[in-house]
Design a protein around this ligand. Structure first.
Ligand code: SAH
Length: 482
């Protein structure tokens, strides 16, 4: 059991080092590692090494660090605010530690925690913002792991944004009364137009947006991110999607996005399901558009979460047009579309040298009337065809393609719940495809891939579609297409 109130043995502080000397004693790898770490600050590095190795030497040349090319002497530490004993030689490191203490300078001895006055953190650097991770010298691997995770969570533009904020601090204090107004300004600054402009690399625009905010010229404007959630499994979400989820005030999501992904948002974010699944309250597209506009006008940061990629059969076109018309800022974050996830699950090359060099994303639902859809011609000329929402029209799709001249022996791969642990894979031919419609056992979303390139897939973990070919069509699924 962890202690109720575990206490730290080392307390983190941020020490002012700008223009100050930091002494590193040592000429090898350890010295270089510390030099690189401290080199992320504006400290003046003083490296004491009579025989630095080549890499350290080129670091010194490249950074203009002060190099004392002499055997170590206590005098070399004079005036430093921090000392690193990084020689790799225990006797020398001990001497450096004793000398530093005699001079009253805090000292760190690499890999000798018992000799350290302070520890160096694993550092996430978004200067002027810094996140320091410490494990009291016990777990450098753990610290690096945490560093990686935190680093991925934070926008690369956090640094420039914080620098811009610093330049506005004085003005905000002068113009805005302490309390609500000032808090509101900063929350709009870090979550609103200035932040989005910095993210987009438009610093001048960010500055203007901040001025507008400060002078209250700008109504607090919301922002909608149309975000692809990927095919279902959490770790196929993009880092950007994850970050936006953590920043969102409101998450508006389709039913096809699994709960586990919706849960990855900020704990106190409002979550609004907008349907499209049997038995759920479903909003019409017009209602969804209106909802997004309303949230935007309320100044909310919204993530509109869609399965797969938002621009593939996601009705993003309509939502973007509505937002544009309403003058609400939005952005699009791509996601891994179902066809790609299904192909990965099948180790299926979507393009295959000499076999297929183009690809069609289609839905079985455009097969109206007698005219063949244009993509049928592409299928015949060798394109790989990915059929979205195709299960309930599988027979129609197969029939039309065969009618158009595609061989009934053309390979077909089907994946239910692509990317998820409960996925199922089926393989067969175009002639087997109609059996899909009769399968009541498929309740998840289904992706169908058709074409000669499918023959290059791995069929070791898939079941034959043909096994179901003769099952009564009477049992035909009434399941709703997602
Ligand atoms: N924008 C989504 C597609 C939405 S249409 C995307 O880019 O993936 C919904 C259809 O996508 C489903 O009917 C199914 O054909 C497909 N689909 C979505 N997720 C899927 C998954 N995990 N496995 C198989 N097919 C999936």
């Amino acid at each position: 059991m962890p202690q109720a109130n575990p206490k730290l043995n080392a307390f983190p502080v941020f020490m002012r080092v700008e223009g100050e000397a930091v002494a590193i004693v040592g000429g090898g790898e350890q010295a270089l590692a510390k030099a690189r770490l401290i080199g992320q600050s504006n400290a003046v590095l003083r490296i004491i090494a009579d025989a630095p190795d080549a890499e350290l030497l080129s670091f010194i040349t490249a950074t203009g660090a002060v190099h004392i090319a002499a055997a170590y002497d206590i005098a070399h530490l004079e005036g430093a605010v921090m000392v690193f004993a990084a020689s790799g030689d225990e006797a020398l490191d001990r001497r450096v530690v004793e000398d530093a203490r005699r001079l009253g300078i805090p000292v760190n001895a690499v890999d000798r925690p018992e000799l350290c006055d302070f520890f160096t953190p694993a550092l996430v650097n978004r200067a002027p913002v810094a996140i320091a991770i410490g494990t009291e010298g016990a777990g450098p691997v753990l610290a690096q792991m945490l560093r990686g995770r935190i680093d991925r969570m934070l926008s690369p533009s956090l640094g420039p944004l914080a620098a811009l904020a610093a330049s506005f601090r004085g003005a905000a204090e002068k113009l805005l009364p302490k309390g609500n107004a000032r808090r509101r300004f900063w929350s709009d600054f870090f979550g609103g137009a200035p932040a989005h402009a910095v993210d987009a690399g438009e610093l001048a625009k960010a500055h203007d947006a901040a001025v507008d905010l400060l002078l209250s010229n700008a109504p607090t404007s919301g922002h909608i991110a149309l975000v692809g959630a990927g095919p279902g499994v959490e770790d196929l979400l993009t880092l950007r999607a994850h970050r936006l989820l953590l920043e969102a005030d409101v998450i508006v999501h389709d039913a096809l996005v699994p709960e586990a992904i919706v849960a990855m948002g900020r704990r106190d974010a409002e979550r609004l399901p907008v349907g499209k699944r049997k038995g759920c309250h479903t909003k019409s597209q017009a209602e969804i558009n209106a909802l997004l506009i309303e949230l935007g006008r309320d100044g909310k940061r919204v993530v509109r979460l869609k399965s797969g990629d938002p621009l593939v059969f996601g009705r993003a076109g309509e939502e973007m047009a509505a937002l544009r018309d309403a003058g609400i800022a939005y952005e699009v974050v791509p996601g891994v579309t179902a066809a790609f996830a299904a192909a990965a699950d099948f180790e299926l090359p979507l393009t295959l040298r000499g076999v297929s060099s183009s690809m069609v994303f289609t839905t079985g639902h455009d097969l109206k009337g007698n005219s063949l859809p244009d993509w049928a011609k592409l299928a015949i000329s060798g394109a790989t065809v990915a059929v979205y929402m195709g299960r309930s029209v599988a027979a129609e799709v197969a029939g039309r393609l065969i009618e158009a001249g595609l061989s009934p022996d053309t390979a077909v791969a089907v994946v239910e719940n692509a990317s998820l642990a409960n996925r199922r894979r089926f393989h067969g031919t175009l002639a087997d495809l109609p059996s899909l419609e009769a399968r009541a056992d498929l309740s998840g979303p289904v992706m169908t891939i058709i074409g000669d390139a499918v023959a290059g897939a791995n069929f070791e973990r898939s079941e034959p579609l043909a096994a179901h070919r003769h099952e009564g069509a009477a049992a035909a699924a009434e399941g709703v297409e997602q």
